[in-house]
Design a protein around this ligand. Structure first.
Ligand code: NAP
Ligand code: MG
Length: 496
């Protein structure tokens, strides 16, 4: 088992490891034990980080992109070398089971090599010009200092989705990780240092959202904020960024559904639902929290789901026998408990779970039993609001059209899925489901990094993480015209 080498983390500013007096403990959600302490920095640390980033970015932007990419290749190899160690640390701070932690670190590795490849692309366009002896092209230009604010549920993957494209495009970064999960940020900063990233190009400032995050959002020299987290916080950040005309990319909540049609392979659907609903204990932004089921297969699906849920082993994610880990903290447990009460009051039928696990191995951590509600109506709060726990609401429907309608009736639009063997329904569904991600005959999770990631409606504000689309967040388009006619030629006017 991996050893935690330090008892206290430090900020990483301008290539230096900077001590901060004020700290708070980082708790292992599986055991309730303190892993180490993390700084609670203030606005002065943000100011120092932005100052360093601003200076470093000027030189970094002049490094040819293929050479900038070389650093990312080295980051990729270091992540690969340390995959097991990082995965165990990730399980300790976040709780997700070790198999999923390995998957998350792999996502970072994939992102490193993918974005490093962009160092030799970063394509713009060349186009014909409308005037003789004139050349026209568009190129991507870095923006400057980028502020990255990340959540606890994917402490390394989301950071790589944001920082790697920002860095390969020639920006410098100030990153505030979630206070619950700072170890991945510390380790990634160490890897950047070892990979030879020039000082100041990435800076990590630990601290609360209300202090450090807020100072970043308000800082004039941070020209882009890339945020993943909850809807309320994202909305406020967007409002402030709007006031300042600051670019802001938001990835927020979801209320993702798996649709099970009457012709579905039910066993496959059960596997897909289990993995999407109870993986990461339902704390993925793409977690399945609604199952929209055709009434003809409702009972059969319920029966098979209950049998499969019985077999889920819940406990410390470092033990690979466990399939479901803990909830991030007691506040998370309290929120889930409230929704169980809401569901009961609304008249939904509780088929399984619905309680916190507090005995034996579960006594010191934060665990919640996998929960299934049925006879849920699309209009109930448990079918509309993000719960962020292992709670699934089964909504029966009479037709394909009703299934699509129920799916689309929420304010979020991150991920959706349909199980059917009818090719016509497959194509209609991928057209009509109004989410940023659609799966056919698979659950709602499992994004691959070379495709854009993000959602419609209340999930975001039109930007995307990962894929080449992420580069649009961290670059400005510049159109360049070179007139080699030797005379003044006026566009739209001197056209013969
Ligand atoms: P959160 O409470 O909104 O926090 C996200 C980040 O924002 C944390 O680093 C937090 O800092 C910071 N923050 C909090 N208040 C802030 C403020 N006033 N100004 C600036 N920054 C502030 O969300 P969370 O509980 O960590 O994460 C869960 C949420 O993330 C869920 O809603 C989930 O759906 C969403 N999520 C979305 C995606 C996606 O791509 N769509 C992916 C993963 C998660 P501290 O917590 O350290 O104070
Ligand atoms: Mg938080």
């Amino acid at each position: 088992m991996v050893e935690v080498k330090t008892k206290k983390l430090t900020n990483f500013i301008n290539g230096e490891w900077v001590n901060v007096e004020k700290t708070t403990p980082v708790i292992n959600p599986a055991t309730g034990e303190t892993i180490l302490d993390v700084p609670l920095s203030d606005a002065d640390s943000v100011n120092a980080a932005v100052k360093a980033a601003k200076i470093a970015q000027k030189d970094w932007a002049l490094v040819p992109a293929p050479q900038r990419a070389e650093v990312l290749y080295r980051v990729g190899y270091l992540l690969k070398e340390r995959k097991e160690e990082l995965s165990q640390l990730l399980t300790m701070e976040n709780g997700k089971v070790i198999e999923e932690a390995r998957g998350e670190v792999q996502e970072g590795i994939d992102m490193a090599f993918y974005m490093a490849g962009e160092g030799r692309r970063l394509f713009g366009q060349t186009t014909p010009a409308e005037l003789k002896d004139k050349f026209a092209m568009s190129i991507r230009a870095p923006i400057g200092v980028v502020g990255i604010i990340t959540p606890w549920n994917f402490p390394i993957a989301i950071a790589t989705w944001k920082s790697f494209p920002a860095i390969v495009a020639g920006n410098a970064v100030v990153w505030k990780p979630a206070t619950e999960t700072p170890i991945m940020a510390y380790e990634l900063a160490k890897i950047f240092e070892e990979a030879g990233l020039p000082k100041g190009v990435i800076n990590v400032v630990f601290g609360s959202g209300s202090e450090v995050g807020d100072a970043m959002v308000h800082h004039d020299d941070i020209r882009v904020i890339s945020f993943t987290g909850s809807n309320d916080v994202g909305r406020n950040i967007a409002a402030e960024c709007g006031r300042q005309l600051k670019k802001v990319s938001l990835e927020m909540g979801g209320k993702n559904a798996v649709i099970v049609m009457d012709d579905a392979d039910l066993d496959l659907a059960v596997e897909g639902i289990l993995w999407s609903a109870f993986g990461t204990s339902g704390q993925r932004c793409t977690a399945c929290s609604r199952v929209i089921v055709h009434e003809d297969v409702k009972e059969a699906l319920e029966e098979r789901l209950l049998v499969a849920m019985e077999k889920l082993t819940i406990g410390n994610g470092l033990d690979s026998a466990n399939k479901v880990g803990p909830i991030i903290n007691k506040a998370g447990i309290e929120k889930i408990k409230q929704y169980i009460e809401i569901g009961k009051e609304e008249g939904a039928k509780l088929l399984a779970g619905g309680y916190e696990l507090t005995e034996g191995d579960h006594a010191n951590g934060s665990y919640f039993a996998p929960t299934l509600f049925t006879n849920v109506k699309g209009s109930m709060r448990i079918a509309l609001e993000e719960i962020f726990g292992p709670v699934v609401s089964l909504v029966p429907v009479k037709s394909f059209e009703e299934a699509i309608e129920v799916n689309n009736s929420v304010t979020y639009g991150l991920s959706s899925s349909i199980f059917t063997r009818d090719v016509n329904r497959v194509f209609k569904a991928q057209r009509d489901l109004d989410t940023g991600i659609v799966y056919v005959n698979a659950g709602t999770t499992g994004a691959e990094i070379h495709l854009p990631f993000g959602g419609t409606k209340g999930t975001g504000n039109g930007h995307r993480d990962s894929g080449t689309q992420a580069l649009d967040v961290y670059t400005e388009w510049k159109s360049v015209y070179v007139d080699y006619s030797g005379k003044l030629q006026r566009a739209q006017i001197d056209v013969e």
